[in-house]
Design a protein around this ligand. Structure first.
Ligand code: NDP
Length: 523
């Protein structure tokens, strides 16, 4: 099997050096830490759907079990599907069990906080009834008028739901800051620059910016946040974190899953909208940003936006040299035969939607001038893997050249995001023994090593931050628009050029994507 283009340069490791985690007497905290959260009601629109079932409710349940939720809290599911509270709770329990939670001993206490309200998304009257219901719930349970409206509906409904919430008075906050109202919008934030701006305008008809939470759960992953800790809480990395020492950076987000039941959405989105506009750009900005003067929400978001502003406009007239797109064909994944993209239910036989892309981008500033960043993402690849690789330059002069005649491999620092949450550094040592030979070894730190407290999954962290009102790990609109400004010309070129079908290279499911992807690094 072809090796991944992003694995080049890493030799099999004959020895591993592990990393001792120092315990400086810091007691493990429960996942809440800090100030207690204010009581609130979380209202989920689209509560009969996949996101609620697979992600939101399991996350809220785990928080409940780890005493990470405010008290009191109520969770109200809203959708068109007719259900009563009991049926809704039962369906959610199935989702929690399917997600691998085996201890449901605290389920009953959690389920007692959960309600269901059927609602037609387009009917303003239903929102007025909802408003009255929420007030009753406040009185009955003491949730103090605080609300989070979570839009887990298809993106085409975001604007309608936001407007209806506004018309029913549900976006209003108390003058004293005590009754807050927040709206959480899931990606995709529009499908291009124009639609992203329209969505933002509509949200702001009723909600102020501090009320809008544009969620990208990647940002809330512990190891993604850890990129900033590694870079800015250590003095040894920043001096070499630049064009002088770094040859290239590779960011990969590989999935083994295919399009599953989400063909309707994916056919419209494709890999560039689904992964690049959001997750890949966030990983890029964390890797490339300058240190903010303080770890404060707006200062961190300012630095990320500066990275997006410095992205070199994509040379769309030389698309082939900077972008390789692909589409999976039938193959073997995790030992099972899987169909190709065109055979998936809901995918049209003439589809030209790419499921893989690898892209070479540059950041035009002093730190990164000339350093290529390779961003790669795809479905049905060989392994589920998200990581950032920093490839350092070769030693400027090898004093061992005449003695051992070996090529000295470059140092690579890998920030593993998923499934291995780790930091590893490959470096050279002397092979033990009489013969003078080099031995590349890996020093590994596993994120959960020597840590006994509960680890927060991305949705848990995002939900907690939203309850806290902390927007640091959420997208700011200027960044949304800057990334769309960068990607829209690429999408336009890909979607309008006459030889579109020739631009999408087939790859067998279970491999590392089309062979053509390796040419990006050759150019
Ligand atoms: P679903 O397709 O499962 O839809 C959620 C609910 O919305 C459905 O249960 C349905 O409820 C209602 N709905 C679906 N289609 C329509 C329609 N055409 N008109 C009106 N209502 C409809 O979506 P997901 O739960 O997968 O995703 C929700 C949002 O989150 C989407 O915007 C998605 O892009 C985003 N997202 C999802 C992720 C995931 O892992 N699922 C990951 C990241 C983002 P009912 O018919 O009962 O009203």
């Amino acid at each position: 099997m072809k090796t991944a283009p992003f694995e080049e340069g890493i030799e099999p490791q004959p020895a591993t050096a592990s990393c001792q985690v120092e315990d400086f007497g810091i007691a493990p905290q429960n996942c809440l830490g800090g100030e207690p959260l204010s009581p609130c009601i979380i209202i989920i629109f689209g509560a009969s759907g996949d996101l609620t079932f697979r992600k939101l409710i399991p996350a809220l349940f785990r928080l409940h079990c780890n005493m990470g939720l405010p008290h009191p809290i109520r969770i109200v599911g809203c959708a068109r599907t007719p259900m009563d509270d009991g049926e809704f709770r039962e369906s959610l329990k199935t989702g929690v069990l399917a997600g691998g939670v085996h201890d449901v001993s605290c389920w009953d206490a959690f389920a007692a906080c959960v309600r269901y309200r059927p609602l037609e998304y387009l009917d303003p009257g239903d929102y007025r009834l909802l408003a009255r219901y929420l007030e009753e719930l406040d009185e009955e349970s003491g949730t103090q008028g605080n609300r989070i409206f979570y839009l887990a509906v298809p993106p085409a409904l975001y604007e309608t739901v936001s407007r209806c919430l506004g018309a029913a008075g549900l976006a209003q906050e108390g003058m004293d800051g005590k009754r807050w109202s927040r709206i959480v919008v899931e990606k995709p934030f529009g499908r291009d620059l124009e639609s992203a701006a329209v969505l933002d305008r509509v949200l702001h008809e009723n909600f102020l910016e501090h009320q809008v939470f544009r969620i990208d759960h990647y940002l809330a992953k512990e190891t993604v946040q850890n990129v900033l800790m590694l870079r800015f809480a250590n003095s040894i990395f920043e001096p070499v974190w630049n064009r002088q020492f770094i040859e290239k950076v590779k960011i990969i987000a590989a999935e083994t899953l295919g399009v599953g039941k989400r063909a309707g959405y994916y056919e419209e989105a494709g890999v560039l909208r689904d992964m690049f506009q959001n997750h890949m750009m966030q990983l890029l900005s964390l890797t490339a940003m300058e240190p903010p003067s303080h770890f404060e929400t707006e200062l961190v978001r300012d630095e990320k936006s500066k990275v997006f502003r410095a992205l070199r406009p994509f040379p769309v007239e030389q698309l082939y040299e900077f972008l390789v797109s692909g589409r999976y064909e039938a193959g073997i994944v995790d030992g099972a035969r899987v169909p190709g993209y065109l055979e998936e239910p809901g995918v049209s036989s003439g589809s030209l939607t790419p499921t893989f892309a690898s892209m070479k981008v540059f950041i035009d500033n002093w730190r990164w001038q000339g350093v290529p960043f390779y961003l790669t993402s795809g479905k049905r690849l060989a392994k589920k893997l998200t990581e950032i690789q920093i490839h350092f330059r070769e030693v400027p002069h090898s004093i061992f050249r005449h003695v051992i005649g070996q090529r000295i491999h470059k140092n690579v620092l890998t920030l593993g995001i998923h499934p291995d949450e780790k930091i590893s550094l490959v470096f050279q040592t002397k092979n033990p023994g009489a013969t003078l030979r080099l031995r590349p070894v890996t020093m590994d730190f596993h994120y959960s090593q020597n840590y006994a407290g509960p680890l927060l999954d991305a949705y848990e962290k995002a939900l907690i931050d939203c309850m806290r009102g902390d927007q640091m790990l959420f997208w700011r609109q200027d960044a949304v628009e800057l990334t769309w400004s960068f990607l829209s010309p690429i999408l336009e070129r890909c979607e309008t050029c006459t030889d579109r079908s020739r631009m999408i290279f087939p790859y067998e499911a279970g491999t590392w994507g089309p062979a053509e992807a390796s040419r990006l690094e050759e150019g």
